[in-house]
Design a protein around this ligand. Structure first.
Ligand SMILES: [Zn+2]
Length: 392
């Protein structure tokens, strides 16, 4: 599998700033192609941005393909195809890309390899987190940001040790090693603020010793707001409940957690990197449960609305919304008048191999257009972080 690498020309940053140059390199050989003249993509691609973002927010909808977004969009507009009040990614995000999701050993990725491609830019084997195909440990986007004195955050609606968040701070051959992943969080210490479930997988005394304020429950989100390094667990259960079963009884948990984290992130003059995950969209797909799916998509959409509102106030923040893979092989076959939602047909209880959309907003968003392997998202974000450092 070919891997396309992103290169930001650091030596010419000053020149490139403010220049409106096409962001993909033109093919060296521009003569018309014949049947015997196959086109080989350049192994490297050059991207040019007008402005580097200081703060970067990567929002992952686990298992969220175009069908999941389209179903929610139709439900939100109640089937009115002329409405301009649909899903936030369709109404407010100007840049759209496509991310191809296969892992190193399977056309159908799992969340471990899917998130690892985004976090370290390496195709990995299913079930691995933070490691390349041959089990080599690479620095994650969060670890790179931490090293550059940026603030880092994670907000999820699953266990903090679950595959997607784990890929941003842990390096383990199996996503099932949740206690080891919890230890990696403490020893790596690269995440400043984390909110989600999975308390049982953490040694809270070790967290405190490592300099974290630790709390449990939504009141702790408010009480510990001024602690720069904090871990707040949803409650004592392994994972937060479904949105429709109490998680959002006092408003969206993910929205509140994201708001709290970003308020801390935006205080750092060096910038920040935050990963936010709508984790249970995937679980609804596995269950082939359309009502569960719509509730999680609504929660995800509202969280993104809040993040975008905060990003707009900052003016120096990039927001990227994508997925690790699609779940359920979902297709939309009509409109269900009784349920007031599309007729959803799931073709699988597992993940599918279809590419997932990438929506981008803010400075640097222009380089997320086009289609590419999921690993390229890592290089784009890493390149923008480096550009932001260079500009200081
Ligand atoms: Zn899944």
């Amino acid at each position: 599998m070919k891997c396309i690498t992103l290169i930001l020309l650091m030596s010419t940053v000053t020149f490139l700033f403010g220049q409106d140059i096409p962001h993909s390199a033109s093919p060296k050989n521009s003569k018309p192609q014949t049947k015997s003249d196959s086109y080989t993509p350049s192994p490297t691609r050059q991207f040019v941005v007008k402005k580097a973002p200081k703060h970067i927010i990567l929002i992952i909808g686990d298992g969220t393909g175009l069908a999941q977004w389209s179903a929610y969009d139709a439900k939100r507009t109640q089937g009115d195809h002329t409405s301009t009040n649909g899903a936030i990614v369709f109404t407010d995000f100007p840049v759209l890309g496509l991310s191809f999701t296969p892992s190193s050993n399977s056309f159908i990725t799992d969340s471990g390899a899917g998130a690892t491609a985004l976090s370290i830019g390496q195709k990995s084997q299913n079930s691995m987190v933070g490691l390349s195909n041959d089990s080599t440990s690479f620095k994650t986007l969060s670890e790179i940001a931490h090293q550059e004195n940026k603030s880092t955050g994670i907000a999820v609606t699953c266990e903090l040790t679950h595959a997607t968040p784990a890929a941003f701070f842990a390096h383990q051959v199996s996503r099932e090693l949740m206690l080891e992943i919890g230890k990696d969080f403490v020893t790596g210490s690269s995440i400043d603020v984390a909110m989600g479930g999975g308390k049982q997988y953490f040694d809270t005394a070790a967290l405190v010793k490592a300099g974290y304020a630790v709390g449990t429950g939504e009141k702790a989100i408010i009480a510990l707001q001024n602690q720069k390094r904090r871990v707040i667990f949803y409650d004592d259960r392994p994972s937060p409940p479904k949105a429709q079963e109490g998680r959002n009884s006092s408003g969206s948990y993910l929205e509140k957690a994201s708001n709290s984290i970003l308020r801390t992130m935006f205080q750092n003059p060096n910038g920040s990197f935050t990963m936010i995950e709508g984790s249970q969209i995937d679980w609804a797909g596995h269950d082939n449960d359309s009502v569960y799916l719509m509730a999680e998509m609504e929660d995800f959409d509202y969280t993104i609305r809040e993040v975008l509102t905060m990003a707009k106030q900052q003016k120096n923040t990039l927001v990227v919304v994508s997925a690790d893979h699609e779940t359920g092989g979902l297709s939309l076959l009509g409109w269900d008048k009784d349920k007031k939602q599309p007729v959803m047909n799931f073709s699988s209880h597992h993940h599918s191999g279809i590419p997932v959309p990438v929506f981008a907003w803010g400075p640097g968003s222009e380089i997320f257009g086009g289609s590419y392997q999921n690993t390229e998202i890592f290089y784009k974000i890493k390149g923008l972080m480096e550009l932001s450092n260079k500009k200081k």
